[in-house]
Design a protein. Structure first.
Ligand code: AMP
Length: 473
């Protein structure tokens, strides 16, 4: 999972890109980068760490131009190496090309091996460089970016919300299943594309609409145009964006994430009601779910854990031991809200089980009598190949374990995960328009050794439209 943003704005872009990346920080904390183009030269800066640590005012002043793209990285493919930090920048003929990608390809090795056999070299270990290779090869054949994007959609298997800056033109496209989010916004003097609408809110830009699955958007100083390149028989929006990944205040594919989480909380109560003194969340990722639970159950919402806001997401720490220590640093209990109380503790998901087990220990040590754990996702049973860091089956606590076995392992008084049907209903989508691979083990794309229900993708012989469609541009 990563965050991407691209802006074309006559007023300059570096500060806007910086704030947009800041708003997308939750999508990746390993590294950040920005590339801009000023009409003659490419300016670029990237580094490891948080957006605020990577960029300084003087760096941003040097990132000149009225077009640029940015990226925050969360490593799902490619090691934590400086050369893997995005945007990736290339020279091709007389052109400056930058590329930023959110998603994960599942046919990288095959494609890469093919290029290497023909003598081509790679400078990173990311799947994003494969996208760049396909684009540049196709460009050298036809000279048309639109044809190159079409070739990408033919060859790439996986999830890809992608931004490409070629000199003074920005292109954005989304895989035909729309697995990863990408939205369009209107800035004061131009347009932007970003992973989530909160990036537009941060710039007081107007969110116009989502990029459609299989659609190509082109933005330059003259304005914005769109073209449908491919159409699939279904969509496969990542359900985890709604459960955990996206910010609750984002609107993704027409749905406010907060609403989904609140409905999940309400459903959790309806599916398995329990009597308790209070409802509490594991902050912040479980808070909207817990508020929905409290509304549905009429049990008061009383925070029992306070979060140290200055620590990153613990999941992203490299070793298990560091992750465990970080949980204690990150969450402090309020014993006065817990002593001799029966609490419903709501969280978004259980992956390896480390966090839940630790947190339940903290809550119990602070005096809770009963801890009823409610989880906003069904049990995670299978890995994610499409951009979320869900490990191998063996590392997943719910793999080959019943809910009762998981309950015992995390030492909860009771445990309930939302049902798959309840979750689907809470999102408002048809189940077949969601990627539920990590929950069902059935993926929307062919993946070696896994079950899949792939959809037919048709390519459209279209031209650019100047009207953006559903919403006024
Ligand atoms: P654990 O069960 O210890 O592996 O951690 C689960 C917690 O990590 C959840 O409650 C989420 O808040 C968070 N989480 C879930 N999925 C992810 C992910 N793919 N990347 C980072 N954090 C995640």
């Amino acid at each position: 999972m990563c965050g991407i943003v691209g802006i074309v704005d006559a007023g300059g872009v570096s500060i806007q890109l910086y704030y947009a990346l800041y708003a997308l920080q939750h999508r990746g904390q390993e590294s950040a980068g920005i590339s801009t183009f000023d009409g003659t030269s490419l300016h670029k800066f990237k580094g490891s760490g948080l957006v605020a640590d990577v960029f300084s005012p003087s760096v941003l002043t040097d990132l000149k131009g009225t077009i640029g793209i940015g990226h925050v990285r969360y490593p799902t493919t490619g090691q934590n190496l400086p050369e893997n930090i995005q945007p990736l920048n290339f020279r091709f003929q007389e052109h400056f090309i930058s590329i930023a990608h959110n998603g994960n390809l599942v046919n990288t090795s095959e494609l890469r091996a093919g290029y290497e056999r023909s003598g081509q070299i790679f400078i990173t270990t990311t799947d994003t460089e494969i996208i760049a290779k396909i684009l540049i090869n196709a460009l050298s054949n036809s000279g048309s970016v639109e044809d190159a994007v079409r070739t990408c959609m033919h060859k790439l298997v996986g999830s890809y919300a992608t931004l490409i800056m070629i000199d003074g033109v920005m292109y954005g496209f989304r895989d035909p299943l729309g697995i990863k989010p990408l939205g369009i916004g209107k800035t004061e003097n131009g347009y932007m594309l970003a992973s989530e609408s909160v990036a537009m809110d941060a710039l007081s830009a107007k969110f116009l609409r989502d990029v459609k699955p299989g659609e190509l958007i082109r933005i330059d100083a003259e304005g914005i145009r769109c073209m449908q390149v491919a159409v699939a028989g279904r969509r496969a929006h990542c359900v985890f964006e709604y459960i955990y990944f996206a910010r609750a205040d984002s609107i993704i594919d027409g749905v406010l994430v907060y609403d989904v989480r609140r409905k999940i909380g309400k459903t959790l109560y309806e599916e398995d009601p329990v009597k308790a003194d209070s409802v509490s969340s594991v902050p912040d990722s479980g808070t909207a779910h817990a508020i929905g639970y409290a509304e549905g159950s009429k049990i008061p919402f009383v925070e029992c854990l306070m979060k140290n806001r200055y620590m990153g997401r613990t999941f992203i720490m490299p070793t298990q031991k560091e992750r465990e220590r970080a949980v204690r640093m990150k969450l402090n209990p309020i014993p006065a809200h817990l002593k001799d109380k029966s609490v419903v503790l709501v969280d978004d998901s259980i992956v390896r089980g480390t966090t839940s087990k630790r947190i339940i220990g903290i809550v119990r040590d602070a005096g809770a009598r009963e801890i009823h754990v409610r989880i906003g996702s069904p049990a995670i049973k299978a890995p994610c190949y499409l951009g979320t860091d869900f490990p191998t089956r063996e590392e997943l606590i719910a793999h080959n374990r019943t809910e009762e076995e998981v309950r015992k392992s995390i030492t909860a008084t009771t445990l309930h995960h939302i049902s798959l049907e309840g979750l689907i209903k809470a999102t408002g989508f048809e189940g077949e328009n969601l990627c539920l691979g990590c929950l069902t083990g059935c993926y929307p794309l062919p993946i070696e050794g896994e079950n899949a229900r792939p959809s037919q993708v048709d390519f459209v012989d279209a031209t650019y439209q100047t009207k953006l469609g559903t919403f006024e541009a």
